[in-house]
Design a protein around this ligand. Structure first.
Ligand code: NAP
Length: 295
């Protein structure tokens, strides 16, 4: 049976490679990107549907979720792959530190807005995390916005650790209902990653000599593809973190269920998600006289 696989961050790099591989495997792939031109190029080359959303603006994630719900009666796989490392500390119009919002809050919000459809589809929800969660994070649950302590590296590591904590809590909350969450490290992959960063990160991902040490996007994409095609509970264990298609160690904080719950609660408050999975703003709007008149 052909399945519907939504991949964010699919306009480039690992996501684009995985989109190609899954399309070639006969799956119905939906390409989600930020840059419309790049997104069209990938989607046109495969002849598949495409959506555009910039995660630096949470309303664009809400619009994306509404578009996906309208178009697809089933979503078998959601790959939350959009992400990156940035430079100086920046705060989005939503009031969040940019790295935290793009790497974690955007995917958290999208997943929660699609939650019922994902559960009905017994979906796999994949987070593209990173070894950076273990190597570079300075995770402080009381300073998620990195107001007290910021560096591009630690903000990125924190975002990627948040991907794993989110995976664990998603599994704890909805695993019994049939939703399979999993996180993975794709490898050190030669992509456009870090192109908007500075210093050592930028050098490592742009210098022609340094990039020889990196792995191809095909290999990075194949790790996402492996999870997307895999059978939960058989090929991979839901709620776990993988590297090179094997369960892997990561930061010790990833094993702390209390931190995972606190991160979930904080993320829900920051994105307006309630326990029932609806955005507070939508609920409030639905109750207004204007919204009632629109019915
Ligand atoms: N490369 C590595 O070594 C490595 C290692 C570990 C983990 N990762 C993770 O792998 C994932 C994919 O990265 P990549 O290496 O393939 O890098 P990439 O080639 O730069 O691709 C990043 C993707 O994320 C999208 N994206 C970036 N900022 C966004 C935003 N504000 N809103 C929505 N989408 C946004 C990009 O969209 P546009 O191109 O349309 O702007 C692109 O499709 C990321 O989550 C990254 O953190 C990468």
């Amino acid at each position: 049976m052909t399945r519907t696989i939504v991949i964010t961050g699919a306009s480039d790099g690992i996501g684009a490679a995985a989109a190609r591989q899954l399309h070639e495997a006969g799956e119905r792939v939906v390409v989600v990107g930020r840059d419309p031109r790049k997104t069209d190029a990938v989607a046109d080359s495969l002849g598949v549907d495409r959506f555009v959303a910039d995660y630096a603006e949470l309303d664009q994630v809400r619009t994306l979720a509404a578009g996906l719900l309208e178009r697809y009666p089933r979503i078998d796989v959601l790959a939350n792959n959009a992400g990156g490392i940035f430079g100086e500390r920046r705060v989005t119009a939503d009031g969040n530190e940019l790295t935290f919002q793009v790497n974690h809050l955007g995917g958290f919000l999208l997943t929660n807005l699609l939650r019922d459809r994902l559960i009905e589809s017994a979906a796999t929800v994949i987070q593209t995390s990173s070894l950076a969660a273990q190597r570079f994070s300075r995770f402080d649950i009381d300073d998620l916005q990195a107001q007290r302590r910021y560096s591009a590296s630690s903000a990125y590591g924190n975002g990627k650790l948040a991907n794993i904590l989110f995976t664990k809590e998603l599994h704890r909350r909805h695993g019994d209902a049939g939703l399979s969450a999993v996180a993975f490290h794709p490898g050190a992959i030669a992509s456009s990653f870090a192109s908007t960063s500075r210093g050592a990160w930028r050098w490592m991902y742009t210098n022609p000599i340094a990039t020889r040490l990196l792995t191809s996007t095909e290999v990075g994409g194949s790790r996402l593809t492996w999870l997307a095609l895999g059978k939960p509970g058989v090929d991979f264990a839901p709620g776990e973190y993988y590297a090179e298609n094997k369960r892997a160690r990561t930061h010790r904080i990833a094993a702390d269920p209390l931190i995972a719950k606190r991160l979930w609660d904080a993320s829900a408050a920051l994105t307006g998600i309630t326990e029932a999975g609806v955005a507070e703003a939508d609920k409030a709007e639905a109750g207004t006289p204007e919204a009632e008149a629109d019915r």
